[in-house]
Write a protein that binds this ligand. Structure first.
Ligand code: SAM
Length: 348
């Protein structure tokens, strides 16, 4: 068995770690965590300098046909106030975002039948024609390969689809029988083959998660080699069956951000809103642990509280301009700067 420093060096050298070795890293003590944090920050600077990219998140619908046990907008949550933004609403969000310097828009939503492929393509077309210098990211769940191809051909650049967990056994504990692990994974490979810049990811501390499951996530991420990885703590939601489970921790999320930055030096790694929700300086700590992306909300303030994936989500009351200014101060406080750029991944 090698020492922690040897394991960290092995990860840094690009060599494949075994599942058991990942488990050791995941369970490492504070000293090794500190070592990984410093190394991850150094690697982030080597690859992206002090730049932090911003993505304008437009949560355009909270209708969802899926029933993920952890999620506040799952279809069985009858207490959720449902809304969907219109084409014009969404274009207004982009207009405001563009004026604030955003050069990536992320359209995220539940799996909403109203937004069929024709309507999604109309949106992609409208945004890309008006803002040809911007990247467009979709995060609208599991679709047939043909739909993904249509969106790509219409001009969508990137797609975020967290795999949620790379263990079939764990996946079925987080989702109803009708939602299949194989389909989620199939989607990610399809997206990659079609040519998207792809993001996968998972919640840290989700119910029933073990170190072994996280090790499987890291093995899967290494194999998929995506352009972006979204990880943030699981946070319970009062109207889901996981309401009594504890939330993921700051320490474990930061540790995993560092491990991922060391493993994939050029990947894009967001410091998530969920991280900012469990700690008032969560985003800043995320950046210091290796993250280099923030995704503030561009949705109209009236609907923000209704996109409640988990309890106590932060930043739901602020205007987009306020969010941008607040983030800028926070990012500057850790020696970085928010940049107005598309911010494509260097992990190609
Ligand atoms: N429907 C799309 C999908 O399935 O990818 C995008 C929207 S979905 C709400 C976005 C992500 O929110 C999920 O991939 C999940 O990881 C995260 N999420 C949902 N509920 C959460 C919770 N209780 N705590 C933290 N993250 C959560």
């Amino acid at each position: 068995m090698c020492s922690m420093t040897e394991l960290i060096n092995k990860l840094k050298s690009g060599k494949a770690l075994s599942k058991a070795e990942f488990v050791e890293l995941i369970n490492c003590d504070d000293k090794a965590r500190g070592e990984m944090r410093s190394l991850a920050e150094k690697i982030r600077i080597e690859n992206y300098g002090h730049d932090v990219y911003m993505r304008g998140l437009i949560e355009f619908t909270n209708y969802c046909k899926q029933d993920c046990y952890y999620c506040g907008i799952r279809k069985s949550n009858l207490n959720c106030d449902r809304y969907r933004l219109s084409f014009d609403d969404i274009m207004l969000c982009c207009e405001e975002g563009y004026g604030l310097g955003f050069r990536t828009f992320v359209l995220q939503g539940g799996e909403d039948a109203y937004y069929n492929d024709d309507r999604i393509c109309r949106l992609i077309d409208g945004i890309k024609k008006k803002y040809p210098d911007c990247a467009l990211t979709l995060s609208i769940g599991e679709k047939p390969r043909e739909s993904y191809k249509r969106y790509f051909d219409c001009g969508a650049d990137r797609y975020l689809l967290r795999h949620e967990t790379a263990s079939r056994e764990h996946y079925q504990k987080l989702h109803p029988e009708s939602q299949k692990f194989e389909n989620r994974i199939r989607c990610l490979w399809d997206l990659k083959e079609i040519g998207y810049q792809v993001g996968c990811g998972f919640m840290v501390g989700s119910p029933y998660q073990t170190s072994e499951y996280i090790a499987e996530d890291l093995l899967f991420i290494r194999e998929l080699n995506p352009q972006m990885i979204g990880i943030g703590p699981f946070i319970h939601h009062k109207d889901t069956i996981f309401r009594d489970f504890s939330d993921g921790t700051l320490e474990m999320t930061l540790k995993l951000l560092s491990i991922i930055r060391i493993m994939l030096p050029k990947v894009l790694l967001p410091a998530t809103t969920a991280l900012a929700t469990i700690d008032p300086r969560g985003r800043e700590k995320g950046i210091l642990a290796g993250a280099n992306v923030v995704m503030p909300n561009l949705s109209p303030v009236q609907v923000r509280k209704a996109y409640q994936l988990y309890d106590n989500k932060v930043c739901t009351g602020d205007e987009s301009a306020q969010c941008r200014a607040c983030l800028e101060t926070r990012i500057n406080s850790v020696g970085c700067r928010l940049v107005e750029a598309r911010g494509d991944s260097k992990n190609i």
